[in-house]
Design a binder for this molecule. Structure first.
Ligand SMILES: NC(=O)c1ccc[n+]([C@@H]2O[C@H](COP(=O)([O-])OP(=O)(O)OC[C@H]3O[C@@H](n4cnc5c(N)ncnc54)[C@H](O)[C@@H]3O)[C@@H](O)[C@H]2O)c1
Length: 307
């Protein structure tokens, strides 16, 4: 039985959808939860204290411990305030679930470039603004779990979501680097890429599948993975899990074996070499997953030892 007894957790954007489910699930396992939510629309406008307050009420009625916090994750000051709430109310911080998010769709051609900050600041900015003060609070205790929320839109794409995809992809970049720094402090950072029917993903392609009921695509099917990643059981670091509708799978970035032409012994690489070897360059058989960018460099330089 995985327990979060004596743990203090923050869930951002926990007033609705997937974040609400995370907050309920973490509290059910014994964590004291700061329920952060700005109470914004799907697009990110407006503010309302009611969603976070209602989730706190729900947790308390179920016998759990929770406090509401209403700042926006989209500024450094908001991030500081959210983390301060956990430290002031509960005296420590063990778990941060970065979940708050908004969505605006536009084709790339029609995109209003003056508005891209409205998405980048919440998803990618928020990941920095809340995680840094949280991480700083975790360092002295040499333990902690940070969970980011990315999206399959970042890895596989979706029409009209260029800014959202870029913001969610930026989170994967942050995760890839932070995992190495966090490991030094026994802090684990991982991410989920959810799939659930919420107000943000209202249709979730359900209309094409008569055999799938709404109950099978609910937000609470994401939270078991977050509870696991938040627990001491989880020693994983830097992983991205796709979670939804009862599925859990790992998403990862890898390198194909590719080609190598020794620049001195075999002559400089030419565009024609590339054209002739496209199938080898793109062949995923025998892919490798370097554990860091320096490790990838070492793999490249190892070619010189072999030849
Ligand atoms: N639903 C899906 O299938 C899906 C897929 C991939 C990723 N996601 C991601 O999962 C997360 C949760 O999405 P959801 O589907 O539950 O959406 P949702 O719209 O139901 O919930 C998002 C919550 O975030 C809050 N929020 C928005 N901006 C905020 C801000 N600046 N500060 C604090 N809170 C803010 C909103 O008030 C809302 O309660 C998001 O990061 C989203 O991008 C969802």
């Amino acid at each position: 039985m995985i327990s979060l007894e004596d743990k203090v957790a923050i869930v951002t954007g926990a007033g609705a959808g997937i974040g609400r489910s995370h907050a309920l699930a973490l509290a059910e396992r014994g964590a004291k939860v700061v329920v952060n939510d700005l109470g914004a629309s799907v697009e990110g406008s407006g503010a309302n204290t009611q969603p976070a307050d209602a989730v706190v009420k729900e947790i308390r009625e179920a016998g759990g411990i929770a406090m509401a916090e209403h700042s926006s994750v989209a500024t450094p000051e908001g991030g500081e305030a959210i983390v301060a709430k956990a430290l002031d109310e509960f005296g420590r911080l063990d778990i941060l679930v970065n979940n708050a998010g908004n969505l605006q769709l536009s084709s790339f051609a029609k995109l209003d470039l003056h508005k891209i900050g409205e998405i980048l600041d919440v998803h990618l900015g928020g990941a920095f603004y809340v995680s840094q003060p949280a991480y700083r609070a975790m360092i002295p205790q040499q333990s902690g779990r940070i969970i980011f929320t990315t999206s399959g839109v970042a890895t596989f794409g979706n029409l009209g979501a260029s800014v959202y995809g870029a913001a969610k992809g930026g989170i994967i970049g942050l995760l890839s680097v932070l995992q190495h720094e966090a490991a030094r402090h026994n802090i684990r950072v991982n991410a989920v890429a959810p799939m659930a029917q919420t107000r943000m993903a209202a249709d979730a392609q359900l209309s094409e599948y008569d055999e799938v009921t709404e109950a099978s695509v609910q937000a609470d099917l994401i939270s078991p993975a977050v509870v696991y990643l938040a627990s001491d059981e989880c020693e994983l670091n830097g992983e991205v899990w796709s979670v939804g509708a009862g599925t859990v799978a790992r998403l990862f970035t890898a390198r194909t074996q590719g080609i190598f032409k020794h620049p001195e012994r075999e002559g400089p690489l030419t565009p024609e070499d590339i054209a002739e070897n496209l199938s080898v360059i793109r062949d995923t058989e025998g892919f490798v997953e370097p554990e860091s960018w320096p490790a990838e460099w070492a793999m490249v330089l190892d070619h010189f030892r072999v030849r």
